[in-house]
Write a protein that binds this ligand. Structure first.
Ligand code: FES
Ligand SMILES: [Fe+2]
Length: 382
């Protein structure tokens, strides 16, 4: 058969067809949502923020799908994580969003006490168990924990795989990630399904209509694609140019760096102006030449998602006189507010009785990949 005149080059990410999207229930149904919490969010690595942002001698609650977890940071900086449920009769251990932590985690109900370092049960409070009670079998149930680039990742699966990302985790090796300090944080709730957020993130067809400031900063976005390779008719011979408008080096309101440029970056990394690492289902990281932004999401319900954006800087940048991290954050915040409003608009519309499922366009290859990934995760119901 003759190729369709719009057939993409084999190296182009464009789809060669227009597939149907997930069914409407995926965005609205409580049952579908509960299944996602039992599968996607209970099995994948979930980003719980910067290790350094949990003070030593503190514990914090983190939600991994249906599981409530307590993340502990000891006085010596060591991190551990456990299901937030006592092995006696199941009471929660950490009641507030964050609480002080000593060497022991003591259940507030009947005072069973566990060693924070490894979860071992060390005391049963006033209860005096008989000889048949095997204390060693009643330690806290651990949750897998890894630190990548200064971020804590937790996984509630019994046998977790690797941290999933769209590009190798080594992509940020030239950035001094471990030494960066959080200088600004913005948290907001958006009235949309968590997948609507990711779908909006995964395409730039909305950029010309929704993001005037971003399209000014990144001229290729004006054409509705994220990169020249997505344009119809692209071939690998098309030279890779810079992404940002002339004179701009980073995503600030002026395009000027907010402090010293990271010394270890390659010429291509400086030229690119931004480097994204996407970590489904919970986070993405954007590394610029002078600072790094991370965005985490937490699904709260079928139509409710919490978004936490943080800006991370080298200490010397934060120490500059009159440095204003909020001003640095302002550019990306404009874009994220526009995206949040777009995702809410999308969510309201798909409640319509007339809507059954999306029809994806060739430029929405990443949405197609995401939806197939979600479908695969959900097939394996525990
Ligand atoms: S439920 Fe924790 S000590 Fe009883
Ligand atoms: Fe957007």
């Amino acid at each position: 058969m003759e190729p369709h005149p719009s057939s993409p080059h084999p190296s182009s990410p464009r789809l060669d067809h227009c597939p149907e999207g997930l069914p409407k229930a995926a965005y609205l149904s409580a049952d579908w949502f509960a299944r996602e919490m039992k599968t996607v969010f209970a099995r994948q690595w979930i980003c719980a923020g910067r290790a350094e942002d949990l003070a030593r001698g503190r514990m914090r609650r983190v939600r991994l799908g249906q599981a409530e977890v307590v993340l502990c940071r000891a006085e010596d900086g060591a991190l551990t994580a456990y299901h937030n449920a006592c092995r006696h009769r199941g009471s929660e251990l950490c009641r507030a969003p964050e609480e002080p932590l000593g060497k022991l985690i003591r259940c507030p109900y009947h005072a069973w006490a566990y060693a924070a370092a490894e979860g071992r049960l060390v005391a049963t409070g006033p209860a005096k168990p008989t000889a048949d009670f095997d204390r060693d079998a009643y330690g806290l149930v651990p949750v897998a924990l890894r630190v990548w680039a200064g971020f804590v990742f937790l996984n509630a699966a019994a046998r977790p795989g690797e941290i999933g990302s769209d590009v190798p985790l080594s992509t940020l090796d030239n950035w001094p990630m471990a030494g960066l300090v959080t200088g600004h944080r913005w948290e907001t709730g958006i009235a949309c399904n968590w997948k609507s957020f990711w779908e909006n993130y995964s395409e730039c067809l909305h950029c010309p209509g929704i993001h005037p400031e971003l399209c000014d900063m990144v001229p290729v976005y004006r054409t509705g694609v994220m990169a020249p390779s997505e344009a119809p008719g692209w071939t690998p011979e098309v030279p890779v140019g810079r992404n940002l408008k002339p004179g701009a080096e980073t995503w600030t309101l002026t395009g000027a760096p907010c402090g010293p440029v990271f010394a270890g970056l390659s010429a291509a990394e400086r030229e690119a102006g931004y480097t994204f690492v996407t970590l489904w289902p919970s986070a993405y990281v954007v590394a610029h030449v002078d600072h790094v932004r991370s965005v985490r999401l937490e699904p709260l319900g079928p139509e409710r998602t919490r978004l936490i954006a943080e800006w991370h800087f080298p200490p010397e940048t934060l120490a500059q006189p009159d440095f204003d991290a909020a001003e640095v954050a302002a550019f990306a915040k404009i874009v994220m507010e526009q995206d949040g409003a777009a995702a809410e608009m999308n969510q309201r519309g798909l409640r319509s009785p007339s809507f059954t499922a999306a029809r994806l366009m060739p430029e929405e290859y990443e949405i197609h990949r995401f939806q197939n990934w979600v479908r695969r995760q959900m097939e394996k119901v525990p």
